[in-house]
Design a protein around this ligand. Structure first.
Ligand code: AMP
Length: 283
C-alpha cells in the first residue's frame, strides 16, 4: 500500500493505474476510521481493481465554532487498517496542498446545500462538494463509495455529479451500527458513557417510525409526531431536526404512499452533534 500526500503524485498514480487497465474505486474519508468506513472500502473492492482511500480533515466543511481542531486524527492506525483491507493507495494531503492561499473556486450545489444539516451548518455542504470535486479530479475514480449515514451529503453529491457531468459512478453503502443500534461515527469518540447511552434515542426514534410505517401508517405528520415523542423521553438530547423528506430533493413529503421518504434526525448530546437516518419504502 502506498501513502501519497502530493497531489501530482496521486494524479500520476491514477493515470498509471488506468493505463494498465485497472479501474479505480475511491472512498473519501476524514480518517479516524471505524467499521463503517471499512464497509465502504469493501464495497469499493467489489466494484474496482484498485482501491484509493483519501484521509483529509477538510477545513472548508467545518464552521468557525465547530470541531476542526479537535477532530480525531489517527493516520497510523488508519493506514494499518486499510492495508489489511487490501487498499492500494491512501491519499492524505495537507490543507495547504488542497487549498493554496490564492484558491477562490468553489462548487456549490444550490438549494440542496441549505437543507437538513446544511441549514444548521451553513457552508458545510459547499465545503463537502468542493473537496469531493477536487478529490475526483485528483483521483479520477470510476466508482466512489459514500455512506447512507450522511444521507443529505449523498443527495448533494449525486446532484453535483449529475449537474457537472462527472464521469464517476456513486455507490451508497448501508449504515453500519453498533450492536445496540448506535450508528458508528468518528464523533462517537467524544461521548461520555452517559451521553453514549442517551444517543441511543436516535435509533429508537427511527425504529419507532419504521415499525409504524410497517404497520400501515403513511402520514408523515403522524410518523414525525411519534418520533418526537420518543426523542422527548431523553431530555438531555437537544434536537436539531427530525424530518421526513424526499431523499433526492430533501424537501418535506406529506405521505409515504408515492415515493417513500428519508427519515433523518440530528441532535446534540453535550457538545457533540450526531446524525442518523432511515429510508422508508413507498407504501
Ligand atoms: P467521514 O470520515 O465521517 O467523512 O465519513 C467518510 C464516509 O464514511 C462517508 O461517506 C460517510 O457517510 C461514511 N460513514 C460514516 N459513518 C458510517 C457508518 N456508520 N456506516 C456507513 N458509512 C459511514
Amino acid at each position: 500500500m502506498k501513502v501519497i500526500s502530493d497531489i501530482r503524485e496521486m494524479q500520476a498514480a491514477s493515470r498509471a493505474a488506468k493505463s494498465q487497465g485497472l479501474t479505480i474505486g475511491f472512498v473519501p474519508t476524514m480518517g479516524a476510521l471505524h467499521e463503517g468506513h471499512v464497509s465502504l472500502v469493501r464495497r469499493a473492492r467489489e466494484a474496482a481493481s484498485l482501491v484509493v482511500v483519501s484521509i483529509f480533515v477538510n477545513p472548508l466543511q467545518f464552521g468557525p465554532s465547530e470541531d476542526f481542531n479537535q477532530y480525531p486524527r489517527t493516520l497510523e492506525a488508519d493506514c494499518a487498517r486499510l492495508e489489511a483491507e487490501g487498499v492500494g493507495i491512501v491519499f492524505a494531503p495537507t490543507p495547504a496542498q488542497m487549498y493554496p492561499a490564492a484558491a477562490t473556486t468553489v462548487v456549490h450545489v444550490e438549494g440542496l446545500s441549505d437543507k437538513l444539516d446544511g441549514r444548521s451548518r451553513p457552508g458545510h455542504f459547499r465545503g463537502v462538494s468542493t473537496v469531493v470535486a477536487k478529490l475526483f479530479h485528483i483521483v479520477q475514480p470510476d466508482f466512489a463509495v459514500f455512506g447512507q449515514k450522511d444521507a443529505a451529503q449523498v443527495a448533494v453529491l449525486r446532484r453535483m455529479v449529475r449537474d457537472l457531468n462527472m464521469d464517476v459512478e456513486l455507490i451508497v453503502a448501508d449504515i453500519v451500527r453498533e450492536a445496540d443500534g448506535l450508528a458508528l461515527s468518528s464523533r462517537n469518540a467524544y461521548l461520555t458513557p452517559e451521553q453514549r447511552r442517551q444517543a441511543l434515542v436516535l435509533n429508537r426514534a427511527l425504529e419507532q417510525v419504521k415499525a409504524l410505517a410497517a404497520s400501515g401508517e403513511s402520514s408523515t405528520d403522524r410518523l414525525r409526531a411519534a418520533a418526537l415523542a420518543v426523542l422527548a423521553t431523553e431530555p438531555a438530547a437537544k434536537l436539531d431536526y427530525f424530518e421526513l423528506v424526499d431523499p433526492d430533493t430533501l424537501d418535506p413529503v406529506a405521505d409515504l404512499a408515492a415515493h417513500g421518504a428519508l427519515a433523518a434526525v440530528a441532535a446534540w448530546f453535550g457538545p457533540t452533534r450526531l446524525i442518523d437516518n432511515l429510508l422508508l419504502a413507498p407504501r
